[in-house]
Design a protein around this ligand. Structure first.
Ligand code: MLT
Length: 306
């Protein structure tokens, strides 16, 4: 009997796939398997019983990959399983960056007691006016599972697209959309886009990849969307970009004290993958990967061992 410990809420739909050879345990030190979502387990002590860790999601920066590999414990992730959820929130963020929906809704709530709110609203609305995304250019940094869904969706809304990915070339990028302009130069992407969205993993080499040079290269008044990880953006450079007006809006899914102090940052509490569908998809994929490994030795989407 394999014992499975869930460090975060893992969808029941995924857990229901566990056969009678598995049971859930509340005791992590007794677990053969850990299922985790966003909990940071870098400082966790692992028991000698532990045989596999699965991340219900794509990012694995919350898991000590090398230390687990040294103990012979594979770590699995679920690339693509929540990509549609993130894509949909990126589309929402594009519109939130273009129109002051958040400011307008807050104004209505603040004026809830005004008997003449309908009249007052007509006067107030000019301060929340925005622009349209039709005809504007969206730059997509990282053309993996999420980036390649964002591109055709943005094009369907009338946007032009530019893509950058150091692991792809123009031929392979062409399969994403015939209308995509691929560039192998990040500064070129920054210089040519009205909106930029980033979809790359958080690794030592991507830390601060959006810094002073990238922000300086951006069009005046560009909007930047971050639904990947906080560490990709250099906070000092972004803060300066927002203060000078170079960056009009920074929409980020990662609430940190640094971004909360930035005027012009629209901050969400890591909602990208928080849909019922994505949570189910990720849990199902993670459970299948673990069972496959324990029962057949197959390592599908293992991120720390061959
Ligand atoms: C991911 O890395 O796929 C997301 O951060 C998943 C999540 O929100 O748990």
């Amino acid at each position: 009997m394999y014992k499975v410990h869930c460090l975060n809420n893992i969808s029941e739909k995924g857990l229901a796939l566990l056969s009678s050879d598995y049971e859930l345990t509340d005791d992590v030190s007794d677990a053969d398997v850990i299922l985790v979502r966003s909990a940071n387990i870098h400082d966790m002590e692992f028991s000698d019983k532990l045989k596999a860790v699965a991340r219900a999601g794509a990012g694995v920066n919350n898991i000590p990959l090398e230390a687990l590999a040294e103990r012979g414990v594979p770590v699995f992730n679920t690339p693509g399983a929540n990509a549609n959820a993130v894509k949909e929130l990126v589309l929402c963020a594009l519109l939130l960056a273009a129109r002051d929906v958040v400011g307008g809704a807050a104004w209505c709530r603040e004026n809830a007691g005004d008997e003449n709110i309908a009249k007052s609203a007509e006067k107030a609305k000019k301060q929340f006016a925005g622009t349209e995304i039709l005809g504007k250019t969206l730059g997509v940094i990282g053309l993996g599972a999420i980036g390649r869904l964002v591109i055709p969706a943005a094009e369907a809304l009338g946007m032009k697209t530019v893509g950058y990915d150091p692991f792809l070339d123009a031929d392979r990028a062409a399969s994403i959309s015939p209308n995509l302009r691929f560039t192998d130069d990040l500064l070129d992407l920054c210089a040519s886009c009205d909106y930029i969205t980033i979809h790359v993993p958080a690794t030592p080499s991507t830390k601060g990849m959006i810094g002073e040079a990238e922000i300086a290269a951006m069009k005046d008044g560009a909007a930047f969307l971050n639904f990947s990880r906080d560490t990709l953006v250099d906070n000092t450079a972004m803060r300066a970009g927002l203060e000078s007006g170079k960056v009009r809006r920074y929409v980020t899914d990662f609430a940190t004290p640094e971004v909360m102090a930035m005027e012009g940052a629209l901050v969400l509490p890591h909602l990208g993958a928080s849909t019922a569908e994505a949570e189910e998809n990720c849990a199902e994929m993670a459970v299948r990967e673990v069972m496959d490994y324990l029962e057949t030795g197959t390592k599908t989407h293992c991120v720390n061992m061959k």
